[in-house]
Design a protein around this ligand. Sequence first.
Ligand SMILES: C[S@@+](CC[C@H](N)C(=O)[O-])C[C@H]1O[C@@H](n2cnc3c(N)ncnc32)[C@H](O)[C@@H]1O
Length: 365
Amino acid sequence: MTEKGKNQNLHKAKGSKQDEFYTQLSDIEKELRHYKKDFKGKVVYCNCDDPLVSNFFHYFSYNFEKLGLKKLITTCYKSKDMNLFSQNDSERAVYLEYDGDKNGNGMPDPKEIGIKHLKGDGDFRSKESIELLKQADIVVTNPPFSLFREYVAQLIDHDKKFIIIGSRNAITYKEIFKLIKEDKLWIGYGFDAGNAYFKTPHAKLFAKGVYDEKTGLVKFRNVTWFTNLDISKRHDDLILYKTYNPVEYPTYDNYDAIEVSKTKDIPVDYEGVMGVPITFLDKYNPDQFEIVGITKTWFGTATKTYPPQIQVSTNGKKSNVTKLNDGATLKLDAAPRGKTYYMVGKSYYVQLYARVLIRLKRAKK
Ligand SMILES: C[S@@+](CC[C@H](N)C(=O)[O-])C[C@H]1O[C@@H](n2cnc3c(N)ncnc32)[C@H](O)[C@@H]1O
């Protein structure tokens, strides 16, 4: 299966079972070392975490004093057996509060951790969980991907700071992209080489190649950290060295923008709108660039609408489709080789992956 296919597999992770994958401690440590200054005197809430299994609970309880935390709250969903993965076997859940080491051994001992029962199932949207959320300064977790929109909307509604894991596909969701464009949410540091490994109790649900029997981990290429805490990389300028020419940077047929297929190739002197891959957001510095849009139909800035098209696949197979309107296109003089293309009348087009539309704030003359 191709990388794209594997990522689609994750995208399809809609069932609750496919929401069950668990973050590794090393990945939490790698991301959170960039936010150490943010935690002093703060209440941290992990609201999708079986406390004694979640590495988020582990990280914050063991680093409680080092980070200078005020309180750690963790709720688990449905299961009340805290020694197992979320079994979803109980409608009543527990939550846990930890306010630091009392006996001086520098470790969170069971006696120091307050285990309390919730009346309901610990759903992050429940009244009880929202009351706990209100106490929190920063929410840190890997929430269920299938509820990501709702999850983020709740954090924004309650004006909370957060560091959370999500699928990169979420960037193209209307609700999430709006927040990115308004500088209310951005991409964190991310996983090593873009590879995120998680533990799962439901290995069989994942395609071959995604689950590794040797390590017992699933690998996703399309997952990253999202935050609204200020991080230093957000203030680093991307070093640009290329200059614009119309051959290397063709103009889209249906958007008033040029195609820049690699973020590193953004021309330093172009004043107009440029379409860049979504991974640009890993390098986005709001002092250097303005985000003006995204090439998705719902964003509504396409300059034309195509009638139904004929799609010609790489194997020559032809089908009638209407896909061309959901993305930026390039018009070609002839049919391309080795690529899927589209025909409208006698014109040839290729469609590009979703592009973020950006502009340089200070293009060099
Ligand atoms: C991707 S897993 C991550 C678990 C843990 N945060 C971690 O990173 O190891 C998402 C977790 O959210 C839980 N969950 C699913 N629906 C939920 C809901 N409505 N409210 C709270 N938690 C939920 C699942 O049981 C699952 O354990």
